[in-house]
Design a protein around this ligand. Sequence first.
Ligand SMILES: Nc1ncnc2c1ncn2[C@@H]1O[C@H](COP(=O)(O)OP(=O)(O)OP(=O)(O)O)[C@@H](O)[C@H]1O
Ligand SMILES: [Mg+2]
Length: 581
Amino acid sequence: MIKEIGKILTLLKEYKKPTIISMATLSIQVILEVLLPYIIALIIDRGVMESNITAIVQYGLLMLLCTVLSLLIGIYSKRQSSLAATGFAKNIRKEVFYNIQNFSFNNIDKYSSSSLITRLTTDVTNIQNSYMMILMIIVRSPLSLIMALFLTFTISPRLSVVYLVASLFLGVILYFLLSHAIPTFNKTFEQYDKLNASIQENINNIRDVKAYVQESKEIEKFSFASYSLYRMFKKAESIVVINSPVMQFTMYGAIIAISFLGANYIVDGSMAIGELSSVLSYTTNIMMSLMMFSMIFVLLSISIASIKRVNAIIDEIPTLTNPDKPITAIKDGSISFENVNFSYFGNLDNLSLKNINLDIQSGQTIGIIGGTGSSKSTLVQLVSRLYDVTSGSLKVGGVDVKDYDIKSLRDNVAVVLQKNVLFTGTIADNIRWGKPDASIEEIEEVCRIAQAEEFISRMPDGYQSKIERGGVNVSGGQKQRLTIARALIKNPKILILDDSTSAVDTATDHLIQEGFKNRIKETTKIIIAQRISSVQNADKIIVMDDGQIESMGTHAQLLEISPIYQDVYNTQIKGGIEDEK
Ligand SMILES: Nc1ncnc2c1ncn2[C@@H]1O[C@H](COP(=O)(O)OP(=O)(O)OP(=O)(O)O)[C@@H](O)[C@H]1O
Ligand SMILES: [Mg+2]
């Protein structure tokens, strides 16, 4: 626990200074505050009791001075602690976000996006609030406790025994309460996490929920999670609420005892009235300090879960890194797989690709066909190093992909992922993603090749039309064509389309293939498709089956040798003929 806290505190950086200033100024404020009852005692004993107006005025002015000073210093101190806490949160958020940007696909697989979002938002806010509270308590309560005890002791050593007894009593009760409340709080936060994840999953996929009429089931799931959370919070809080009556009981007990003993001392002349009044004021001070101090443990236990979750992201080591002397120039678009095995889990017993040997020459068009889950996507993701091969070697332009600078490699190997997305912004913005300084002519050119020009020109604002969040205002096929254009604008040496024309009609698909053949001759094109018509003109077609290459060759060759290819061909042709009937 201490290690985790220490680690997160290193992110304070430039906010160490406001932290220290806020603690120092707070100390001054506390000292001034604690002095007040002491001055009141002087006013009563030296002024009121002795009818000395000058003393009353003098001590009164001193009190006023202390109050005003304490107010001003208090405001300043609070500002510094807010600055420290918000700055600390900013640093944590930045560190987490930067680290996520360096994540490889492998790292990303480990966390769900909803959990990453919770860590960046709720968890960081949690830490920020706790830090702010702790900054206040950690100085105020021990200092005010010690000062009050010290002053009581100088005024009346006999009465301070009452405090000792009361503090011990309260300390034991608080310890007992906290040791019960903290584990319950911890469990509550775990449950909170689960609820968060389930809400995010539901909201992100609300369209699917509606399409499958799963609302009532989702509501039931939510109600259950929400109700268990309610029960756990209630349990934790019901332990914590005992705190307040116990503390009041002890405080009033102490006040009664002090009043009783103090009155006796005053009667026998061993104590002044003002002294008793200040000792009584310190009672609240001491008890409150103890209470507040115990809050630190509750705050820590609430934020430790958040700290751990944030630290996990900061500690996650990106599994893909640049080599020491990265190569930035990529000679050509040739690709060669040599005995490549790949597992998502890095273990050779659980392979998603087995013994892949494949040579692709620069400028060739390669088709990939195969059933669902046959590892087509897995195969192409290795080329731009979205994942690293588990064993064997993979070369692009004659050089091992691990020797390239990752950015140069990915600029030259453009992949249109199967789950492609568009971002909020205009169509032109989205396409410029591939090349920030692309001119409008370049954008128009790639949109022509990707057959996107026609529908863009029909939109009221053309290339300046807005794409809504997640690309909801364009159709599936339009989205696919825009993502193809976005890849083309990089002018890559290798272009990979992972099922990127599945939602495009056959005629348009054909036009896109023609465009590739005529306009980007030099580029190596790898096209994963479900439709034979999308790949049948390729120089080479690879048939994938269960993580292995079942066979490869041209369309005509595969019709002779590959049973899988024949099957797919027959079903698609038959389907086609029946459609035409
Ligand atoms: N991120 C991942 N983590 C673990 N396993 C994965 C991951 N992605 C895919 N797999 C597994 O690897 C295998 C191959 O998946 P892949 O996505 O490459 O298939 P595919 O041929 O592209 O299928 P489809 O035609 O449905 O797109 C599947 O068994 C899948 O469960
Ligand atoms: Mg796939």
